[in-house]
Design a protein around this ligand. Structure first.
Ligand code: SF4
Length: 342
């Protein structure tokens, strides 16, 4: 299929054929992440919290900062990443609502990422009863292999909708996969919640594109908020060195370890160097993601009706007690990996 083809609904059908009972959209998990992350950012701005705040949805970035810049750990948002939040919600709110014993639920996340396999085993990624939020992570590349092994003709199968009530995510959730997407989604929510009025323009073009370091200033409720969007760990190191040496000053930082973001993640289908020299894979995949956002009826995470219901019925306030138990995590300095010990 052409690079950038959106196959999410075919994946639902294929996963059902492989034996999964329910298939949910991780983009809904991304909507939860934005609710929590934007609220945390607003709280830090209003109450003089530690800035810049950095995003936390990339586990390779978390491990990198824990190893290399532990003195900056209080800058990292305490939010779990979208699939971890989603796993926690499935084994608590969803299980209770549907009368399912959470210990009978096995959550598998399909991710663009090999680092997510490590992330699910981290401390603080378990629920109240000690159950892991997520029981297994497979990459999109592994899923593709499983589909082939099961002789499912992927290109031929019909589309299916994600299961309810977690079915429809917003456009903001969809753009998480591309560098700048988390920042754009967070700005849509933070700006609207702080200014208390509907945004006229919700596309933040300054944070889009393949460039490794993008900087912009966004006015939120009369305050100029300095943001930077970084992808690729060499760029992250550059930005962190500037921050450390007082050469840079930001309020909000998005960091994704893979250049271009998760659309070019280490677990994604590999394209040959021949293909990559002829086709800009980033551009094709990014275009597809922005199209999903454009076509979405709801494009801001805080307007997702499922989220509103979950907060009203179970979680309470974003950043509140239950939200912290379920959806937030913690970090600790980590020793640098020493190759010579191998
Ligand atoms: Fe994983 Fe790469 Fe995405 Fe980070 S940027 S979450 S390492 S795929």
């Amino acid at each position: 299929m052409p690079i950038g083809t959106n196959v999410d609904r075919k994946m639902v059908t294929a996963l059902k054929k492989l034996g999964f009972d329910k298939v949910f959209d991780t983009n809904t998990g991304a909507d939860f992440t934005i609710m929590e992350e934007a609220s945390e950012f607003i709280d830090r701005i209003k109450n003089g919290g530690v800035l810049p705040m950095t995003t936390s949805c990339c586990p390779a970035w978390i491990r990198f900062i824990e190893m290399n810049y532990p003195e900056f750990l209080d800058h990292v948002s305490s939010c779990k990443s979208p699939h971890q939040m989603f796993g926690a919600i499935i084994k608590s709110y969803y299980a209770k609502k549907n009368n399912i014993d959470p210990s009978k639920i096995f959550v598998v996340s399909v991710m663009p990422c090999v680092a997510k396999k490590f992330e699910r085993t981290r401390d603080d990624m378990q629920g109240e009863e000690g159950l892991d939020d997520v029981d297994a992570v497979i990459t999109t590349r592994e899923l593709a292999r499983m589909i082939k092994q099961a002789n499912i003709e992927f290109a031929e199968i019909e589309d299916s909708n994600f299961d309810d009530p977690m079915g429809e995510a917003t456009g903001a959730g969809a753009i998480f996969g591309v560098t700048g997407g988390v920042m754009e989604a967070a700005l849509r929510t933070a700006k609207e919640l702080l200014e208390g009025k509907s945004l006229e323009k919700i596309d933040f073009e300054d944070v889009r594109g393949e460039e490794g370091i993008k900087k912009a200033v966004v006015n939120i409720a009369g305050k100029d908020v300095k943001i930077a969007v970084v992808s690729g760990l060499s760029n992250a190191r550059r930005v962190m060195e500037d921050l450390k040496n007082g050469k840079a000053d930001y309020d909000f930082l998005e960091v994704m370890s893979c250049p271009g973001g998760c659309i070019l993640g280490g677990g994604q289908p590999i394209k040959s160097s021949k293909t990559r020299s002829n086709v800009n894979v980033f551009e094709k995949r990014a275009k597809s993601i922005y199209k999903i956002d454009e076509k979405s009826t709801i494009r801001k995470s805080h307007e997702n009706p499922y989220l509103k219901e979950a907060y009203k019925e179970y979680i309470g306030e974003p950043g509140g007690h239950i939200a912290h138990q379920l959806l937030h995590t913690s970090y600790a300095p980590r020793e640098k990996y020493n190759l010579s010990q191998e």
